[in-house]
Design a protein around this ligand. Structure first.
Ligand code: ATP
Ligand code: MG
Length: 554
């Protein structure tokens, strides 16, 4: 077979060129999350992209917490992020970096800028700074403090650090160009005074660096060669370059931007997820209907499927939304050969085989996965009373209905042919029991060729079926109806969760462990919930249904 030629993405092309020209020798990338919430699928894209490049070029991948803003950051989030990155398989070699560990170097960097006449302490208020900044069409005005002497600036900056001024009374600004067409270059604030306890450095500092100043320094200190971020930072790149140039780093990192990943019919923004969590509309940050990494894990997605998905959608510079159905397609493909196929009846109705000996039990060897060579078989018990899906029987079937109806014969998956002989109803007209007879000659594996049937249905043995809870999910929001209501609240789908509490599944599934996944024949892929299951009492979440009309690559 011909080997597929996969064209390189634009970032790989840049790296190739840098290597060729000898600008870099070893590739270093990083994922720099701010620990202010749980990671979502967009972050997974960034993690897998950065890690993937380091792996491909035999370089290094750093996990670095961008913890320069103490107000919103929490250790809880640090822990969840580490867990998610590990789960995705992005190997950071056990070493975790914190931007806050570089506060000292950042301070020295600021002093260096002052000494070069490239930074000054400014007493304008936040509002005044905004006013002086100008607009997209008008240049800004110089601050009256712009021409303070180097000595005065050094003294004032040190006094800022020593806590001699109240919060917000002074800032340190880079001295660049108040008439630059790029507003980010109009003397941006690089340090502010804020008395806040930091999760890592405690009360050691009362001045904190701003993101645009801190980030390039963090990258440079770690020897990052390619600092990959999302498009909204494109306009900040001149400032990034200015910082590494003025601080005279020998091998300055290079910033490269790519488009964020957005998915249809799901909620990604942290703000909205928080709203759903706080109002109790979802069951925490890892509710399986969300697309946080924790939720995807709980829902039964695999790291391999997410990796494959990211490869398929690729990286680009233009913004677009990816259909959630594409992600579903990928997880289905991933699980197809990996997980066993078992029988589970989600909407059970009794099937009685009147001519099967009462009290007898036999066992069938049923294949675990016909698409996987060495998946083996398992024993499934069978007796006179079974459960089948309610929709697999009809009193008056339409044309082309090949399942059970009076007088019709079907195959019970892996067992016998049965022929429907009658049924019982309750006072409300609901079918309660279906009667049939079986033909012992049709036993699966016996080579019976006497006649054919058009339908095969699945079943479980009523005598030992495990009665359990199964949860089905739909999208939380419907894009076509609008994600948000007029008041800004989320227009969520009231049918996003269906709880079935009397599903009947094969007895062996009672021992299934959290995180274990299965295909329930004809019903979809399911995983054992990690939160609501207990030993011997697994609860199943549907990962994805079996089919969709979605065709990838169109
Ligand atoms: P959010 O606004 O969703 O919280 P963020 O950008 O504020 O995201 P950070 O913790 O600052 O979150 O991001 C860490 C890294 O993840 C950054 O490099 C950022 O560019 C990247 N990232 C964030 N969202 C996405 C996305 N949707 N697609 C790809 N990368 C993303
Ligand atoms: Mg952020």
């Amino acid at each position: 077979m011909e080997e597929a030629v996969i064209s390189k993405n634009f970032i790989e092309q840049i790296i190739d060129k840098d290597l060729e020209e000898g600008k870099v020798t070893k590739i270093v990338t990083r994922f720099p999350p701010e620990p202010n919430g749980y990671l979502h699928i967009g972050h997974a894209k960034s993690i897998l992209l950065n890690y993937g490049l380091a792996e491909k070029y035999k370089g290094r991948f750093n996990l670095r917490f961008d913890d320069t803003n103490p107000t919103k950051e929490k250790t809880e989030f640090v822990d969840s992020i580490v867990k998610d990155v590990e789960w995705l398989g992005a190997d950071f070699k056990g070493e975790i970096f914190f931007a806050s560990n570089y506060f000292e170097q950042m301070y020295e960097g600021a002093v260096k800028l002052i000494k070069k006449g490239k930074a000054y302490v400014c007493d304008l208020s936040a509002d005044e700074i905004r006013e002086y900044r100008g607009t997209l069409t008008e240049p800004g005005k110089d601050s009256p403090y712009r021409n303070r002497s180097i000595e005065e600036n050094l003294e004032l900056f040190e006094a800022m650090k020593n806590g001699e001024f109240p919060d917000g009374s002074k800032v340190l600004r880079a001295k660049i160009d108040m008439s630059s067409p790029n507003i980010n270059m109009r003397d941006p604030v690089i340090y502010r005074i804020a008395r806040m306890t930091h999760h890592n450095t405690g009360d050691k500092w009362c001045i904190y660096p701003m993101y645009d100043f801190a980030h390039p320094i963090e990258d440079a200190i770690e020897g990052v060669t390619h600092s990959i971020c999302t498009l909204e930072f494109e306009d900040h790149r001149p400032l990034y370059d200015w910082v590494v140039r003025e601080l005279e780093y020998e091998n300055p990192p290079k910033q490269i931007e790519f488009a964020k990943l957005y998915l249809t019919n799901v909620i990604t923004g942290k703000r909205y997820i928080k709203q759903l969590v706080e109002k109790g509309i979802v069951d925490g940050w890892d509710d399986p209907r969300l697309v946080t990494i924790a939720a995807l894990r709980r829902r039964g997605f695999t790291p391999e499927a997410l990796k494959k998905f990211m490869e398929l959608i690729g990286v680009s510079k233009s913004q677009a939304s990816v259909d959630y159905a594409y992600l579903e397609y990928v997880i289905r493909e991933d699980l197809k050969t990996k997980v066993p196929r078992v029988m589970a009846v989600l909407d059970p109705v009794k099937l009685v085989i009147d001519n099967y000996p009462e009290g007898e039990t036999e066992y069938f060897d049923i294949e675990n996965n016909p698409d996987t060579e060495d998946a083996g078989t398992r024993k499934v018990s069978f007796s006179r009373e079974l459960y089948i899906e309610r929709e697999d029987f009809m009193e008056e079937p339409p044309k082309k209905y090949f399942r059970l109806f009076p007088g019709n014969e079907v195959r019970l998956k892996g067992a016998y042919f049965v022929k429907c002989t009658g049924f019982e109803k309750d006072e409300n007209g609901n079918v309660t029991v279906i009667h049939c007879t079986y033909d012992p000659e049709t036993r699966s594996g016996s080579g019976f060729e006497g006649r054919k049937v058009k339908g095969t249905i699945h079943w479980v043995n009523a005598a030992d079926a495990y009665n359990c809870t199964v949860r089905l999910y739909e999208n939380l929001v419907d894009e076509e109806k609008g994600k948000l209501n007029e008041d800004g609240s989320i227009n969520f789908n009231p049918n996003s969760l269906t709880v079935i509490d009397n599903a009947k599944v094969e007895a062996g599934l009672k021992e299934a462990k959290p995180g274990e996944s299965f295909q329930f024949i004809r019903n979809g892929y399911f995983t054992v919930d990690s939160k609501d299951s207990s030993e011997g009492n697994p609860v199943f979440n549907r990962i994805v249904s079996l089919k969709s009309s979605y065709k990838p690559g169109v």
